[in-house]
Write a protein that binds this ligand. Structure first.
Ligand SMILES: C[S@@+](CC[C@H](N)C(=O)[O-])C[C@H]1O[C@@H](n2cnc3c(N)ncnc32)[C@H](O)[C@@H]1O
Length: 269
């Protein structure tokens, strides 16, 4: 059986400058390394996003001055956005508030040289960890190609062009796929973070574009957790809806937060 290839179109803004053309070149040479992706570079000319979808529904990545955006349709786009990260980080450095994920990651009993984010999504948690854990190396897994590719290049553009040098991006390795297929990396790390798609539908503006392209599968969450429980030694951190069956079934200790429906928990393996 042959599986259908993932299709992607790549283009620029209407008036690309040298920087945009340089990014186009880098993105094209990168996309070539994905064996299951069929890509096509299209000349933007004066076409609007609506025009781009008139005769072809293939998702299109647009490299523009404000960032890298991947349109899965005229209405739905995936792009890296700092969201509440700046506010959370500011509260952290001024000593006002330690975000619950960071509280669990900063654990003197574990080695945090290598941190795995098993469910990268829009990378908000990943970037918060990278900002606060300045000496760690990150492996960021995402098994939806469009999210992976848009966020990988969105984060690159953001921290190399828009917010220059705030983070050394070379510390973050974006990997398309699931950590279950990367045992070598799983064995190297002592801490792994998981934020699988919510079992209860919690649609916030941040994950709205994710919800539109990801079909959530609780069985795949269980496969991920089963593999981790079988092969991983260290601290597993889980973010989950307070009613999630994963908390009970895998015996996570949850730090309950009164104001929100999602809680963070951990378990040492
Ligand atoms: C709730 S989102 C994560 C949000 C993320 N923590 C953030 O800050 O933006 C879950 C993401 O994990 C991805 N995902 C789910 N199961 C996965 C798996 N087994 N391996 C890799 N990615 C997975 C989904 O495609 C989705 O993009």
């Amino acid at each position: 059986m042959t599986t259908a290839k993932i299709k992607l179109r790549i283009t620029t803004c209407v008036k690309p400058n040298r920087l945009i053309l340089k990014y186009l070149k880098c993105i094209v040479s990168d996309v070539k390394t994905y064996s299951d992706v069929n890509y096509e570079v299209i000349e933007r000319k004066k076409l609007t996003i609506k025009n781009l979808f008139e005769e072809d529904t293939t998702p299109v990545m647009v490299i523009q001055q404000t960032g890298v955006v991947l349109y899965t349709s005229v209405e739905n786009k995936i792009f890296y956005h700092e969201n509440t990260t700046r506010v959370k980080y500011k509260a952290y450095i001024t000593g006002n508030h330690v975000p619950p994920l960071i509280e669990l990651i900063q654990d003197d009993s574990i080695n945090t040289d290598i941190i795995i984010d098993a469910t990268t999504g829009m990378a908000n948690d990943l970037i918060l960890m990278a900002l606060t854990m300045e000496n760690s190396i990150f492996y960021a897994f995402e098994d939806n190609f469009y999210i992976h590719f848009a966020i990988k290049w969105g984060v690159h553009f953001y921290f190399n062009v828009l917010e220059k040098n705030k983070i050394d991006i070379s510390r973050i390795h974006f990997i398309y796929g699931s950590v279950v297929n990367h045992m070598g990396i799983l064995n190297q790390a002592d801490v792994i973070y998981l934020d699988p798609m919510y079992e209860e539908t919690v649609v916030t503006s941040n994950i709205a574009s994710l919800v539109n392209v990801v079909t959530h599968d609780i069985e795949s969450d269980r496969k991920l957790l089963n593999t981790i429980f079988e092969h991983f030694k260290g601290k597993v951190i889980l973010r989950a809806h307070f009613k999630s069956s994963l908390i009970r079934d895998y015996q996570f200790t949850m730090n309950v937060r009164k104001q929100t429906k999602t809680h963070y928990g951990y378990r040492y393996l």
